[in-house]
Design a protein around this ligand. Structure first.
Ligand SMILES: O=C(O)CCC(=O)C(=O)O
Length: 278
C-alpha cells in the first residue's frame, strides 16, 4: 500500500479494499442527496452575492450543516449551525476508527484537540448537470477552509481529482492564488490533513475531476451524472451539535423543506418531523 507523508499531511492510495469499497458505494448509492440553496429567508445574500444553488449535491451524516444556516465556524459561528443527523452506518464506523488511530499515531498531540473524534461526514457528489439539454461540468470546489477543529480526513471514490492547497489572494480576484502543494486524489484513497499550515493558513480547493468516462455512480439526483464521490470526516464538539427541535423557529422554517425532502427516504428524518409536531 502506497503511503506518502509530510508533516500533518498523509496520502494513502488504496486505503479501501475491494469489499469495503463496494459496501461503501452500495451505501452511498442508497442515499438521496440534496441540492441546497446557499441562502434563506432569515439569512439572505449579502450585497456582493445572490441566491444560488451549491455547485453540487451533498449529504451529511452525524450532523447536517445546511449552507443557508452558514457552516460551522468557531469562535463565533458555533450555535445553530449543526443539526443532529443520521449516525454513521457500520461501513463508516470501521473506517473512521482506523483513521482516528492513524491520526493519533502520526500527528503531534498539539494538533489534535481534546476530545477530537470524527463525528461529522460531508459527502460531496461531483459530476455534470444537464441544463437545457446540455451536460455542464460542475466538478470542482472553490478555495475555502474547513473550520471544524483538528485534522480532517477525506476518502475519494471514482474519477481522480486534482486537489490543491493554495495561498489565497483574498477578495482580490485579479490575482491568482499560489498553489503550494497539489495531489491527485485517486479512487479508494485516503487523505488526512491537519495542523496550522494545512488547516489555518492555506486554503484548499478541487480544481478539476478527470472525465475518462469509466467511473460513474448510480446517484439519485435528477439530471446529474456523478463521476466522483468524496467523503470528508470532521470533528464538531458534541455540545455544538443541536437537535432540530432546539433551533429557533425561523431557522427551523428555513430548513424544514430540506428536512421534509430527506424524510421522503429516511426514517431518521421522518421521526424527526413527527417528534417536532408533538
Ligand atoms: O472533494 C474533495 O476532495 C475536497 C472536498 C472539500 O474540500 C470539502 O468538503 O471541504
Amino acid at each position: 500500500m502506497e503511503l506518502r507523508r509530510t508533516q500533518n499531511l498523509i496520502y494513502q492510495k488504496d486505503a479501501l479494499d475491494k469489499k469495503n469499497r463496494q459496501e461503501l458505494v452500495d451505501f452511498l448509492e442508497g442515499l438521496f442527496p440534496l441540492w441546497e440553496m446557499r441562502y434563506s429567508k432569515s439569512n439572505p445574500p449579502p450585497a456582493d452575492d445572490q441566491q444560488r444553488r451549491l455547485l453540487r449535491p451533498v449529504y451529511w451524516l452525524g450532523n447536517w450543516q445546511f449552507a443557508c444556516l452558514n457552516y460551522y465556524h468557531p469562535p463565533k459561528g458555533i450555535n445553530h449551525r449543526c443539526v443532529e443527523a443520521e449516525p454513521f452506518p457500520p461501513v463508516l464506523q470501521n473506517l473512521v476508527e482506523n483513521i482516528e488511530n492513524q491520526v493519533h499515531q502520526e500527528f503531534s498531540p498539539r494538533d489534535i484537540p481534546r476530545n477530537w473524534h470524527l463525528n461529522t461526514c460531508l459527502v460531496n457528489y461531483y459530476g455534470s448537470q444537464k441544463m437545457n439539454g446540455k451536460w455542464i461540468d460542475m466538478a470542482r470546489v472553490g478555495e475555502h477552509k474547513d473550520f471544524e477543529p483538528g485534522p480532517v480526513a477525506s476518502v475519494s471514490l471514482g474519477e481522480k481529482a486534482l486537489f490543491q492547497f493554495v495561498r489565497s489572494q483574498g477578495r482580490d480576484r485579479s490575482q491568482k492564488s499560489e498553489v503550494v502543494l497539489q495531489q491527485w486524489l485517486e479512487d479508494s484513497s485516503l487523505q488526512i490533513f491537519g495542523g496550522d499550515k494545512f488547516k489555518k493558513q492555506l486554503f484548499h480547493r478541487v480544481q478539476r475531476v478527470e472525465d475518462k468516462g469509466q467511473k460513474t455512480f448510480k446517484i439519485k439526483v435528477e439530471d446529474f451524472q456523478t463521476r466522483r464521490i468524496n467523503l470528508t470526516f470532521r470533528y464538531v464538539p458534541d455540545e455544538h451539535i443541536q437537535s432540530y427541535q432546539e433551533f429557533p423557529s425561523q431557522l427551523r422554517e428555513d430548513i424544514r423543506p430540506y428536512i421534509e425532502t430527506l424524510a421522503q427516504h429516511s426514517k431518521y428524518f421522518q421521526n424527526l418531523l413527527t417528534d417536532s409536531t408533538k
